[in-house]
Design a protein around this ligand. Structure first.
Ligand code: GTP
Ligand code: MG
Length: 447
């Protein structure tokens, strides 16, 4: 995954939130510290880190919760929004006029990933039905021609290059002509990376751009630069108003968070990110989605809806009794109903990113079962409901007959009860040992 380290630590910060019993100022402070630590390790600029977490701190305990939104949901959303905000604006794809030659030119310092990115983009757009071609205007590095030629062949896109031509501007012009003659809609121009710094890079960009008038100029930045990437991005963004950015090597780089946030801070639009050496390792950059992925939640709406649906006012007394193992059949029924409300519980857990497996049987509370249990319980006395231990075989027979069910049905109910009681006891114990209960399952001890 992209930025695995950052994702993991942000995710575990949020997990704490879901596992906590009380959400107060101390917890938010702890959350903020965890987020700060995670961002700093990902090489996010200190000032940005402070700005992000200040936003979280200010809004997390905001008194006015929107109607129907719980504190937990609210905090998740605040963190998510803060990250997305600092990762940039809405996604902006390349503007490609169909049927026209659209020239997109790549620039970037040595080894930033231009040629690889041209290869990836060619494949990406070709697959989406846009006639795409690539031009090698790198007359500087000896291997450049064959590198791009091979990439083009792999994706079956037209290639233009000329190893004997030493003039980059001429290469670009001839290539453009060639592509136009072949009715290519998206023409990707690869340039040389002889530059070590921004000024010489920008000069060459101007020379070539003057000659071929690209529709868009893309600065390719190496994500392993961390927040230093911001310097390049800023110089570039100031020099052109048709510029966008692609950040490469975000796979496995501990510093990618720094590069992303620093570049976003310059307001230059980040259009794609490179996430590997392979030809398919490129994806459009969408700040909101990306922030969600970093938090380990791919779908914030889905998550919030689920959490909301599942939100239950927990009766504190009942919870306390449950944890002491004082657990009646009536309590069980209430719990089963709450569990059912959450829908497929595994899904909820997955969305919260928690790998917790409920004991078998508990998760699969079927509508039918619930109804049958209710019918059976209606034939029980109050003392039987409160203390099912006293239900031995003669009582079982009586209850089965009275409720029109079978002895086996009654035993099933009692079995389910025993299982659940055991589970409650275990949660109670693990909580006392400080491991928390079932994080995030409202209605079960552990909230
Ligand atoms: N892991 C990883 N490696 C990448 C990515 N993009 C490019 N690379 C690698 O980075 C190295 C340089 O990539 P190139 O595409 O040749 O870079 P360039 O900017 O064209 O280099 P010059 O033409 O010499 O300026 C190659 O080894 C690529 O495989 C990426 O997203 N992830
Ligand atoms: Mg190259």
């Amino acid at each position: 995954m992209v930025l695995e380290g950052l994702g993991k630590s942000l995710h575990s910060a949020l997990k704490k939130l879901f596992g906590a019993n009380i959400i107060d100022e101390d917890l938010v402070k702890e959350l903020v510290k965890d987020i700060q630590r995670a961002l700093l390790v990902a090489d996010v600029d200190v000032n940005l880190v402070m700005a992000i977490t200040q936003r979280v701190e200010e809004q997390a305990l905001d008194e006015s919760l929107p109607r129907g939104v719980s504190r937990r949901e609210h905090i998740v959303r605040v963190v998510w929004d803060a990250l997305a905000y600092f990762l940039g604006e809405k996604p902006v794809p390349f503007k490609i006029n169909p049927g026209q030659p659209n020239l997109v030119m790549m620039i970037g310092i040595q080894g930033s990933g231009k040629t690889t990115t041209v290869g990836k983009l060619a494949r990406y757009y070709q697959k989406r039905g846009i006639r795409t071609g690539v031009i090698c205007a790198d007359n500087f590095r000896p291997g450049a021609y064959s590198q791009l030629k091979q990439l083009a062949e792999k994706s079956n896109v037209p290639f233009y290059g000329n190893e004997d031509e030493k003039n980059a501007v001429k290469l670009a012009k001839n290539g453009f002509k060639y592509m136009k003659n072949n009715n290519i809609e998206l023409i990707l121009l690869d340039t040389s990376g002889r530059h070590r710094e921004e000024t010489s890079l920008i000069k060459e960009m101007r020379d070539i751009a003057k000659a071929v008038k690209p529709q868009e100029i893309v600065l390719v930045i190496d994500g392993t630069l961390g927040h230093q990437a911001g310097v390049q991005a800023r110089a570039f963004h100031e020099a052109t108003d048709i510029g966008s950015i692609i950040i490469t090597k975000l796979d496995g780089s501990a510093k990618g968070g720094g590069a992303l946030s620093a570049v976003a801070a310059t307001q230059a639009p980040i259009k794609f990110i490179g996430t590997g050496e392979g030809l398919d390792a490129i994806e459009p950059f969408n700040p909101t989605k990306f922030a969600g992925r970093l938090l380990g939640m791919s779908d914030i709406r889905g998550l919030i809806d689920k959490v909301r649906e599942a939100q239950i006012d927990v009766d504190e007394d009942a919870a306390r009794r449950l944890m002491k193992g004082q657990f009646s059949l009536t309590d069980m029924m209430a719990q089963l109903k709450e569990l059912k409300k959450m829908g497929p519980i595994g899904k909820v857990m997955e969305m919260l990113g928690l790998q917790y497996k409920l004991p078998e049987g508990v998760a699969e509370v079927q509508e039918e079962n619930l109804k049958r249990f209710e019918v059976i319980m209606n034939s029980m006395t109050k003392s039987e409901l409160d203390d099912p231990k006293i239900i031995k075989s003669s009582r079982i027979k009586r209850i089965a007959a009275g409720s029109g069910t079978s002895v086996r049905d009654v035993r099933d109910l009692l079995k389910q009860y025993e299982q659940m009681k055991m589970m409650m006891k275990q949660f109670g114990k693990s909580r006392r040992r400080g491991r928390g209960g079932v994080p995030g399952i409202p209605g079960l001890p552990g909230m």
